[in-house]
Design a protein around this ligand. Structure first.
Ligand code: ATP
Length: 277
C-alpha cells in the first residue's frame, strides 16, 4: 500500500486516503455491509501490499470484525468489491475463499474444544493431501509455539486463552495461507502473552512472507507490529498511513495510545477534540 503520505501535522488535520499499492494481495474498494437494516461499514477501501502487515484500528463497534467477515465471505457486501491476489472474491462462499489461500482467525478463537490440539491443527489442513508436507508444517508450527507441542494430545478446551489463540493462529497457518486475517488476537490476554503472540505474528510474516490484515483495539501493539495502518470510526476509514507516521500522530497518541494530559485536579482529560473529521 502506498499512501498519500503527508507530514505529521497534516496527518492530524485530515483523513488520508490510501493510494493503489504496486502489488496488493488484497484490495478492498468501497464496500458497504449491513446486518439486516443496520449499515455496519460504509465506503470502506483498503489495501494490503503483498508480504506486509496492515492493521485496522478502531474502538468497540467501529466495524473492524465486519470488514474481516466481508473479506472472508462470511458476510456479503451490498456494494463494493474485494480483490484477492488479482481475483474478485466478493460474494464467493467462505470455503472457496479459503481454498484461494485466505485464512481467517476469528475473534474469540473458536477452536474445537472437544478435539485435541493435534486434531484442531489437522482441521486447518483439511484441504491438503500432502502428508509429508503436513507433518513438516506441524513441526514448523511447534517451533513457533512449543507450548502447543507439549499439549498436543489434550482437548483444546483445556488450553488457556493464550494457548487457544496460538492454536487458532496455527490452525489457519496449516492451510499455508497467502493472507491471514487476524481479528483481535490480543483480546482477553495478559500483556506478556500479547507481546509473545505479536512477536510470533511478526516472525511468521518476516520468515514466511505471509501477508496479514490485523484488526485490533490494542493500538500500541498493532502499530508496533504492522507496517501500514487504517483508523476506522463508526464504519468508515478516517485515517491511513504508515504505522511509523501514525505513531507520531497527535490524534492517534491521544485517542488510541492513551497519551495523558493532566488537568489541574490531576484527572485525565483529552487535550483537544479530534480533528480528522
Ligand atoms: P469489537 O471491537 O467490539 O469487536 P468491531 O469494531 O469489530 O467491534 P463489529 O463487530 O464489526 O465492530 O460491529 C460493527 C457494528 O455492527 C456495531 O454497531 C455492531 O453493533 C453491529 N453488529 C455487529 N454484528 C451484528 C449482528 N450480528 N447483528 C446486528 N448488528 C451487528
Amino acid at each position: 500500500m502506498t499512501v498519500t503520505a503527508e507530514p505529521e501535522t497534516q496527518v492530524d488535520a485530515a483523513p488520508i486516503a490510501a493510494a493503489p499499492a504496486a502489488d496488493a494481495i488484497l484490495k478492498v474498494s468501497n464496500i458497504e455491509s449491513y446486518y439486516g437494516p443496520i449499515m455496519a461499514i460504509r465506503g470502506v477501501s483498503l489495501e494490503v501490499p503483498r508480504g506486509s502487515i496492515v492493521t485496522v484500528l478502531g474502538a468497540n463497534g467501529a466495524g473492524k470484525t465486519t470488514i474481516l467477515k466481508t473479506i472472508s465471505g462470511v458476510l456479503d457486501p451490498l456494494k463494493g468489491t474485494v480483490e484477492f491476489d488479482g481475483k474478485p472474491i466478493q460474494r464467493l462462499d467462505p470455503d472457496r475463499i479459503v481454498r484461494l489461500g485466505l485464512g481467517h482467525v476469528p475473534e474469540g478463537r473458536e477452536v474445537f474444544p472437544f478435539l485435541t490440539v493435534r486434531d484442531n491443527l489437522m482441521m486447518g489442513a483439511y484441504l491438503r493431501t500432502d502428508t509429508a508436507g503436513i507433518e513438516a508444517d506441524l513441526e514448523r508450527i511447534y517451533g513457533y509455539f512449543p507450548r502447543l507441542k507439549e499439549r498436543i494430545s489434550q482437548p483444546a478446551g483445556h488450553l488457556s486463552g493464550g494457548e487457544q489463540q496460538m492454536l487458532a493462529i496455527s490452525r489457519a497457518l496449516m492451510n499455508r495461507p497467502k493472507l491471514l486475517l487476524l481479528d483481535e488476537p490480543s483480546l482477553g490476554l495478559s500483556p506478556l502473552l500479547v507481546k509473545e503472540i505479536f512477536a510470533i505474528i511478526a516472525r511468521v510474516n518476516a520468515e514466511e512472507g505471509v501477508s496479514m490484515l490485523l484488526v485490533e483495539q490494542n493500538a500500541r501493539m498493532a502499530l508496533e507490529t504492522a507496517h501500514h495502518g487504517y483508523v476506522l470510526e463508526v464504519g468508515r476509514i478516517v485515517m491511513a498511513d504508515t504505522c511509523a507516521r501514525l505513531r507520531e500522530s497527535k490524534d492517534i497518541q491521544e485517542f488510541y495510545l492513551g497519551a495523558r494530559d493532566h488537568g489541574e485536579r490531576g484527572e485525565r482529560r483529552w487535550k483537544r477534540k479530534k480533528t480528522w473529521r
